[in-house]
Ligand binder design. Structure first.
Ligand code: FAD
Length: 281
């Protein structure tokens, strides 16, 4: 964790672009509340093949207009080089300089993986087409990506993104702080020198969390799973217990040198605001 301690902590909030005008109204209310906390930036996710391109950009531009800094995500799966170049040009034309670069996931049954297979190729492509214009964030996996052939392969894949020109990384969420500390130590031992900010998922609902975690390879430890299951439909108890667990996790990460926190807000302000206050940020 030694390298991480030299980076000033960066706090950020992630949203997804809503599909409906009502969802967008709710999201506006969410970011207007969260802007008061003065995060370093907000980020807005991007659907495979450019399926959310316009909505992602709209949310980013509106957040900027309201005084927040915002970074669009860009995923390469399902897109051609020409599509990606056009999106990068669009981002540039709006004065955006911060991007989260990902491979993305194809919805099951979709055809055509696109021209770039992995996120390191996207980072190379961004650097080749836009030089140093963008500050590039990439994804890291303290518990390893579900498709990784081995933990070492996954670390090497992460290093290729760093070598291709990533400036910083945000991790997949996790509940086991040791997995993060070990991941960072391994990255440092492999010569990587960039801030690796832990991704934090507040706990609001057990079945949704279990579904996400199965899909993305984030482990819910047995003690946590059994306790959450025992609350059944008692939403208030899940939230209250979840707030304790996640606040303790954040507290430990920060006190042991994590260079900030990136919250997966699920477009809700309540839980992250409470965690923020409890941490005294
Ligand atoms: P990569 O870094 O390319 O890795 C993907 C897999 O391929 C890994 O298993 C890796 O080990 C393996 N791999 C890499 N290179 C090679 C190689 N040369 N040969 C063989 N295997 C290789 N998804 C979206 O669709 N939109 C979003 O906006 C979005 N935002 C995200 C934000 C964060 C912070 C995180 C953590 C994830 C996000 N995701 C998003 C999910 C992400 O797209 C998926 O986790 C996806 O499966 C992997 O993306 P990646 O960029 O990490 O891919």
């Amino acid at each position: 964790m030694e390298t991480q301690k030299k980076y000033p902590p960066t706090f950020s909030f992630e949203f997804f672009p809503p599909k409906t005008p009502e969802g967008m109204d709710k999201l506006r209310a969410t970011w207007r509340q969260l802007i008061q906390l003065k995060p370093r930036f907000f980020s807005v996710t991007y659907g495979a093949g450019g399926s959310t391109r316009d909505r992602t950009l709209q949310a980013v531009l509106e957040i900027q207009k309201d005084g927040g800094d915002a970074a669009p995500h860009l995923s390469c799966i399902g897109s051609s080089r020409a599509d990606l170049a056009a999106t990068l040009e669009l981002y540039r034309s709006h004065g955006l300089r911060h991007i989260v670069a990902l491979r993305g996931d194809l919805p099951s049954g979709s055809a055509g993986a696109g021209e770039l297979r992995y996120a390191n190729e996207l980072v190379e492509f961004i650097r080749a087409t836009s030089g140093d214009h963008f500050h590039i964030e990439v994804a890291g996996y303290p518990e390893f990506h579900p498709q990784a052939r081995s933990s070492l392969d996954d670390l090497q894949a992460f290093k290729r993104k760093v070598d291709a020109g990533a400036n910083a990384a945000i991790t997949q969420y996790f509940f086991n702080a040791d997995a993060y500390f070990r991941f960072v130590d391994d990255c440092e031992a492999m010569g990587m020198d960039l801030p690796i900010v832990p991704g934090i998922m507040p706990i609001a609902n057990f079945s949704q969390l279990a579904r996400f975690s199965d899909a993305c390879g984030a482990e819910i430890p047995r003690w946590l799973r059994l306790r959450l299951q025992s609350y059944s439909d008692d939403v208030a108890s899940i939230r209250s217990f979840g707030l304790d667990v996640i606040t303790e996790l954040c507290d430990r990460l920060l006190s042991e040198g994590a260079p900030g926190l990136h919250f997966y807000t699920m477009n809700q302000a309540g839980l992250v605001s409470t965690i923020w206050q409890r941490l005294g940020l």
